[in-house]
Write a protein that binds this ligand. Structure first.
Ligand code: ATP
Ligand code: MG
Length: 298
């Protein structure tokens, strides 16, 4: 069975990017779901092994960012792909509506604070990309308490500056031994509405529904235009975007698990090797411990 590859949905700044031509679903036969789930499980196991090495090695850090419209499956994807990883090796940060304190700082402030140490996997559930997505769609910058020379700029100039800032920031991370992976879970509005409906109809899912989500969904064309601009202006070899078809959750989870596994394989983290002297220095201690044990047994 040939499965699709996340590589077909990678944008690294070369060539043109046209969101409207990228599928939100691949129409995979639901009968194959078990096979995808099994392949995802294997990837999750491998991710856990590689994460342990990454943690021991500490030469590189990994940042995986998720952006999506509501109900596209960010939470479920994060839960499934990172379920096998030692909780001490992964940090998930959710980017919600900024607090007063956050708004009083530059928009990267909260993201800097959430960056993982090298050796860790940082997962951003939403990210600083909200500052060029929701903020752009609603033109929120106009209401910010900032200097007129900045927020008074025409919108396209203001956001062109932000795209440049983000590209520079990601280049900076690359040059400081971080891998940056950006995932857009690309769901159709039709599938989104079907998921909203089940959030309303199934009592156990009620808590996930928020009336505001429908209001945002009504701005679908504006959001898609913003994603089009954002992805075409911030894709780079150092920090590509992956536009993952998300209409079928099991397919999206499989593709993201492949992606994360492959990035970790590419880092190829190694357990630190001790020098001969260090190994030799442990031998007398080993003998001491053995002697103690033998003494206790005697
Ligand atoms: P879920 O609904 O699946 O629980 P979520 O990520 O949608 O997860 P919510 O608490 O519903 O979480 O929404 C967070 C909201 O915060 C989103 O609507 C997002 O657009 C908004 N947000 C995030 N960052 C910013 C920002 N910098 N400025 C304004 N709004 C932001
Ligand atoms: Mg929400």
């Amino acid at each position: 069975m040939d499965k699709p590859s996340y590589k077909d949905f990678c944008f690294n700044g070369t060539g043109t990017f046209e969101l409207a031509s990228i599928p939100t679903g691949l129409g995979i036969d639901e009968g194959l779901k078990k096979k995808y789930v099994e392949a995802t499980r294997k990837n999750v196991e491998r991710i856990a092994e590689l994460q342990e090495r990454l943690y021991a090695d500490r030469r590189e850090g990994l940042l995986v960012m998720f952006q999506a419209m509501d109900a596209a499956g960010k939470d479920g994807t994060i839960e499934h792909v990172f379920s096998g990883v030692n909780p001490q090796g992964v940090e998930v940060t959710c980017f919600k509506t900024p607090s007063k304190e956050e708004l009083a700082h530059d928009y990267m402030w909260r993201a800097w604070k959430a960056l993982p140490e090298r050796g860790m996997i940082g997962v951003f559930n939403r990210s600083y990309y909200e500052d060029v997505l929701v903020v752009q769609v609603h033109q929120m910058q106009k209401g910010y308490n900032m200097a007129q020379r900045n927020i008074g700029l025409p919108s396209d100039e203001f956001y062109a500056q932000r795209y440049e800032q983000l590209s520079n920031f990601e280049k900076y991370l690359d040059q400081n031994s971080y891998r940056v992976v950006k995932v857009f879970l690309n769901v159709s509005q039709e599938e989104q509405h079907a998921r909203f409906l089940s959030r309303i109809e199934e009592p156990v899912k009620n808590w996930k529904f928020s009336a505001g989500d429908l209001a945002e969904s009504a701005l679908w064309p504006q959001y898609m235009e913003a994603y089009q601009q954002v992805i075409s202006n911030t894709s780079s070899v150092a920090a590509p975007w992956y536009v993952i078809p998300a209409d079928q959750k099991f397919v999206a989870r499989y593709l993201v698990s492949e992606l994360v596994k492959d990035v970790l394989e590419d880092i190829d983290p190694q357990f630190p090797q001790l020098s001969e002297e260090e190994v030799a220095a442990m031998q007398p201690l080993r003998e001491q411990l053995l002697a103690e044990r033998n003494g206790e047994e005697a």
